[in-house]
Design a protein around this ligand. Sequence first.
Ligand SMILES: Cc1cc2nc3c(=O)[nH]c(=O)nc-3n(C[C@H](O)[C@H](O)[C@H](O)COP(=O)(O)O)c2cc1C
Length: 382
Amino acid sequence: MSLNLFWFIPTHGDSRYLGTSKGARAVDADYLRQVAVAADTLGYDGVLLPTGRSCEDAWVVASSLIHATKKLKFLVAVRPGLSTPGLAVRMAATFDRLSNGRLLINVVTGGDPTELAADGLTANHAERYEISDEFIRIWRGALSGEGGDAGFDFEGKHLRVKGAKTLYPPVQKPYPPLYFGGSSEAAHELAAEQMDVYLTWGEPPAAVAEKIADIRRRAAEHGRTVKFGIRLHVIVRETNEEAWQAAERLISHLDDDVIAKAQASFARMDSEGQRRMAALHGGRRDKLEVSPNLWAGVGLVRGGAGTALVGDAETVAARIREYADLGIETFIFSGYPHLEESYRFAELVFPLLGKGKEQGEVSITGPFGEVMATDIVPKKAA
Ligand SMILES: Cc1cc2nc3c(=O)[nH]c(=O)nc-3n(C[C@H](O)[C@H](O)[C@H](O)COP(=O)(O)O)c2cc1C
């Protein structure tokens, strides 16, 4: 199975250390472009752009990166209920055309009622999943031209459209693929019935295997199959010892009261996925390796994806293969800071996964390793 390796566009900030402004850097248009260009030239298949009030807007940022990149796909997070389905459909079709078929959609139901209410969405967890379900039915119907010339009609409990159609269709047919994450039963059911790729945050392999089995079973009941992806941070170094030191360094300026505040904030959410992430460490910094080479330190303060694969390149590649053996095809990684770590991960781990450019061939047309004296070109490493 060939793996899809994605990176992450850090629209909610970037730093060398968690929980402090020490070592932080400004995330502006130039920096976002640098991260995207790095991911594109290194051979990542795509990048994830998150959504939420803590982020720069995913559509606006992704649009700004289309012309800076060539092959990179953009996994753009969309929250059903925040815009009308018709507007979302048009934005998706336009983006897919302007990027020549490089749009992927991450359907995000949302798990923080306080934030959602501030954005104008006051539905509870169950209602939000009903809205997502209806939103995606309309989205699919309108983009795939259901209803023909008359357009697509839909009358749901929360959403309705009459004669919805896409005059300028997307490049990808019938529509850009739908990715989706969520760990509640309602989420599993929606994934099974309507989504193309189910994403999980980086839980231990046994827990991921259970989720995959449950969604496969539910999908089979609908006569469907679903693909799987995982979202993880990665801390890879040339030795295991260095990698674990880097993990410790990442939280070396993190105060206990900051951890407590973050945990209290997670506790007010109704996201089952967030609950499962927080339960991995329980707010304690003394038991962070929650499964071999899976470190929950990021989740002490970061919402959402809270675990990292930690180790040397061989170890990290082996853990990736372990998840791949469970059926995971898409891996969405990130590391702090995102620019440097996109290089480090690609250079150390891609070759072990048969991914990216054949590094040795780069030297045919340009420098590959610094030349010695003025004329001695370094030999290709074995
Ligand atoms: C890979 C992945 C990416 C996600 N990205 C976002 C995001 O950008 N913004 C957000 O608010 N929630 C995000 N989520 C959260 C889920 O979309 C979902 O809304 C949340 O987990 C609540 O659903 P649940 O109770 O079913 O777990 C993401 C989840 C996963 C697995």
